[in-house]
Design a protein around this ligand. Structure first.
Ligand code: SAH
Length: 346
């Protein structure tokens, strides 16, 4: 057997069957079940003869070497730094809530979108992840989650999922078809790559769409989210409307509140105009500190005043429960291994 792909979660069923060669046909079911339904290390898939397991483990490498694991929020949040086979590094976050358990996955090592206030964007782009490298993050987080079943997956870690569309879509299908996570429990977050949103919509699964808006006029959005120059607001909102009408799901708009930049009442008014009649949901994220952006987040009072202003205007709005801030696991803080001190838990 020769090594296949960069993760054992890359090959599809036909490729695995080929790898099994002369083995009895039912072995593929056992292998698929072990990898996806049980989601266990190959070495523990006891239905398979030991010699075969050893051979498979050799040809089907794990993509993710754990470089560090940190906990925060009294154990409710875990962040992993993974070292990939070629040395690239990415991060995954597992979050337990009262009513759900969510895994936040990375889709690229680094990111090319260069949003000024985001640590991943500040570090630049390294490479795309493969389907298997994305899926394996969920499988690994699921082992660690134990009794708490992973109910939701959000594509909100490092990278821009829709700039790596094929792998993102492949991972969505695997998580849905083989790990059994419903489309309504999968959310793809994007800076607003319009052709990617349209392809996602056309995929035919009612996957959640979250758009990192941060500004409700082109001038400010060009500054904060440079890809807006290519896909301006009018086109972006059109694609969001199509997603809403084709999937029946309301779109979420993410808005990191930055002191004096996008937290003024005029910003709230403009945002309300955009979101109210769309039945959209606004998720406010208090800005998390990053090394390359000197501007601070809005004060607590300001965040609440902004929220109230939107709510008064009839907008469905929530404030994101920021997780993992003290371990740099919060939104916009993921910056795997780039001159960052990874602290091990005490
Ligand atoms: N590239 C995709 C997926 C990353 S999701 C996207 O941008 O949507 C990460 C979320 O955290 C995005 O909404 C992003 O805009 C937001 N974010 C980035 N930097 C942040 C910061 N410093 N504080 C709070 N949120 C931030």
């Amino acid at each position: 057997m020769t090594a296949m792909g960069s993760s054992r979660y890359d090959p599809d069923r036909a490729e695995l069957a080929e790898l099994l060669g002369g083995e009895p046909a039912y072995r593929i079911e056992q292998l698929w079940d072990g990898l996806y339904r049980q989601g266990r290390p190959l070495e523990d898939v006891t239905g398979l003869p030991a010699a075969l397991r050893d051979r498979l483990a050799e040809s089907l490498p794990t993509a993710l070497g754990a470089a560090a694991e940190q906990r925060a929020d009294d154990g409710a949040t875990t962040k992993w730094l993974w070292r990939l086979r070629d040395g690239a590094a990415v991060e995954t976050v597992l979050m337990h809530y009262d009513d759900r358990t969510t895994v936040c996955v990375s889709t690229q090592a680094g990111c090319a979108m260069a949003c000024r206030f985001c640590a991943t964007g500040q570090a630049g782009f390294e490479r795309h992840l493969s389907v298997g490298e994305i899926v394996e993050q969920v499988v690994r987080a699921r082992w660690a989650s134990g009794e708490r079943r992973v109910s939701n997956v959000v594509f909100m870690g490092m990278g821009e999922p829709l700039a790596n569309f094929d792998a993102t879509w492949g991972a969505v299908r695997r998580l849905h078809d083989d790990l059994g996570i419903g489309a309504r429990h999968l959310t793809v977050s994007t800076v607003g790559i319009v052709p990617g949103i349209r392809r996602l919509t056309a995929g035919g699964l009612p996957v959640g769409l979250a758009v990192s808006l941060h500004a409700a006029d082109d001038e400010l959005r060009n500054e904060l989210v440079p890809i807006n120059r290519r896909y301006p607001l009018a086109d972006l909102l059109d694609a969001c409307d199509e997603h809403r009408s084709r999937t029946g799901r309301r779109v979420t708009f993410e808005w990191a509140l930055i002191d004096g930049v996008n937290d003024r009442f005029a910003d709230a008014e403009r945002l309300a105009v955009i979101t109210r009649h769309r039945g959209a949901h606004v998720n406010l994220i208090p800005l998390n500190p990053t090394p390359g952006y000197p501007v601070v987040g809005s004060s607590r009072n300001r965040v609440h005043a902004f929220r109230d202003r939107l709510a008064d205007a009839g907008v469905a709005v929530t404030i994101r429960d920021t997780r993992g801030r003290d371990i740099d696991a919060a939104c916009g803080q993921l910056r795997a291994g780039v001159e960052v001190q990874i602290r091990r838990p005490d």
